[in-house]
Ligand binder design. Structure first.
Ligand SMILES: Cc1cc2nc3c(=O)[nH]c(=O)nc-3n(C[C@H](O)[C@H](O)[C@H](O)COP(=O)(O)O)c2cc1C
Length: 361
């Protein structure tokens, strides 16, 4: 089974950091569905952490149902990342992750993210400082990991060399998203390039990431790359039960049936309740209007429900719309009604524009 430093994971499937989506409610939702080895927070700015801004405190919120929890930080060599990492340990992070892959201008032009791929030497020194700070502060309990893209552009494929240098200074695992910064989310993730990283760095687990939207893709990514674990982002926003199904496939060679539409609606309803509990009414209403577009992609024709959610102004209205739809599907669904079974391509940039996070990622 997958181990990140001293942290033993119960599954090889990891929930990615997804800015604007992986709040506490969503992380718990995915965990409740089963098969999540670890889940990460959104990326957190090191300065905002030390100022303890309200937004950062919200994003870093965790509890006993959110274990193990990875907190992802971003910053550059001049930023107070070691101090922020110590703060994350005090706030309950079992793993501290450094973002080396965010392509968004606001982050990558000055604050870190993919910028760290441009100077491997100083990035490695920065990582060494963070590892030392966290090691001392946590007594070796909390490992530090990194999440990177392949490089800034295809002429600068740095992931194998950078990952090796990071392993040498004590980084416990590296996640590789098989795209370059300049690609954003276009094209296909290059799984063969991920394999090169796995081969270059045998001493620590390499987690593969990119374009896993069905359980079978997770098995194929491991078969192609030899990676130790699989991280999923967009697939989880559409199908939070993907971890359970992929974990089952990886453990047993068999994958259980996809949930029915009525079952999926129950999951959306659970998301609504968790979000209302942990994120509050206003944020929940805004978020669920976005999330329903993602969930809808695996549910066939649910346009009226999507419309009802998009025009709802309260959690109560959303709950009523979901309950009505769930009843309807539970009544209709059966051998006569074919269940929606999709394996369409993951959403591209245009679809991402449906979310407010597009502005950030
Ligand atoms: C809306 C959105 C927000 C994201 N936010 C983060 C983030 O905060 N930190 C990070 O390391 N990656 C972030 N990513 C990248 C994902 O973690 C992941 O590397 C990428 O989407 C590829 O995986 P996928 O094909 O499973 O989606 C984000 C991606 C999307 C679509």
């Amino acid at each position: 089974m997958l181990r990140i430093g001293p942290v033993q994971l119960a599954s090889k499937m990891l929930l990615a950091p997804i800015a604007g989506h992986t709040d506490l409610a969503f992380r718990i939702l995915c965990r409740e569905q089963g098969g999540v080895g670890i889940a990460y927070t959104d990326l957190l700015n090191s300065h905002a952490i030390l100022r303890e801004t309200r937004r950062t405190l919200d994003l870093a919120k965790t509890n006993e149902f959110d274990r193990p929890c990875g907190m992802q930080l971003y910053g550059n060599s001049e930023d107070p990342l070691p101090e922020a990492a110590r703060w994350a340990v005090d706030r309950g992070a079992q793993v501290v992750d450094i973002n080396m892959g965010c392509p968004v201008d606001k982050v990558a032009k000055k604050n870190g993210g993919s910028l760290l791929l441009r100077d491997c030497g100083s990035t490695t020194l920065l990582a060494a400082r963070i590892v030392q700070a966290v090691e001392r502060h946590s007594g070796g309990r909390v490992p530090v990991t990194a999440k990177m893209r392949l490089g800034w552009d295809p002429d600068h494929m740095v992931a194998p060399i950078l990952a090796r240098q990071l392993a040498d200074v004590g980084i416990a695992a590296v996640t590789v998203h098989g795209r370059y910064t300049v690609q954003y989310f276009s094209g296909k993730a290059d799984w063969n390039a991920i394999r090169q990283v796995v081969e270059a760095v045998p001493q620590i687990p390499i987690i593969g990431n990119g374009d896993v939207s069905e359980p079978e893709h997770a098995a194929a990514l491991i078969a192609t790359t030899g990676c130790a674990g699989v991280m999923v982002a967009r697939g989880a926003m559409r199908t939070p039960w993907i971890f359970r199904r992929a974990d089952e496939l990886l453990r047993t060679g068999q994958v259980g049936p996809e949930p029915t539409v009525a079952e999926k609606l129950r999951v959306v309803l659970r998301h609504l309740e968790l979000s209302a509990e942990h994120e509050g009414e206003t944020r929940t209403v805004i978020r669920m209007r976005q999330h329903i577009a993602w969930y809808g992609k695996s549910m066939g024709h649910i346009k009226p429900l999507k419309e009802a959610i998009r025009t709802s102004t309260s959690v109560a209205e959303m709950r009523a719309a979901l309950l009505a739809a769930e009843d309807e599907y539970a009544r209709l669904e059966g051998p006569l009604v074919p269940r929606a079974r999709r394996s369409e391509a993951l959403p591209g940039r245009e679809d991402l524009a449906e979310t407010d996070s597009d502005a950030r990622f």
